[in-house]
Design a protein around this ligand. Structure first.
Ligand SMILES: [Zn+2]
Length: 70
């Protein structure tokens, strides 16, 4: 139990029927689909990675500014 729950993508708009918050992602993270219509698409992995990049840079900066006391 708990394995077949639907994971929605918050704020996602279906490109087919234009409904908000109807886009879900499959448990294997490979496909997004719409609950309101027949839309189904392979997950656009690259754009998701690009959006996540800034937080990675912040981690680097925190390391940089950390006072070095030994
Ligand atoms: Zn749709």
């Amino acid at each position: 139990m708990g394995k077949d729950f639907i994971r929605f993508i918050a704020g996602a708009v279906c490109p087919s029927c234009k409904e908000l918050d109807k886009i879900a992602i499959t448990p294997d993270d490979q496909t997004i689909y719409c609950l309101n219509c027949d839309f189904k698409e392979h997950k656009p992995v690259e754009s998701t990675v690009n959006k996540a990049k800034p937080s990675e840079a912040q981690v680097f900066n925190m390391e940089d500014f950390r006072p070095k006391k030994s």
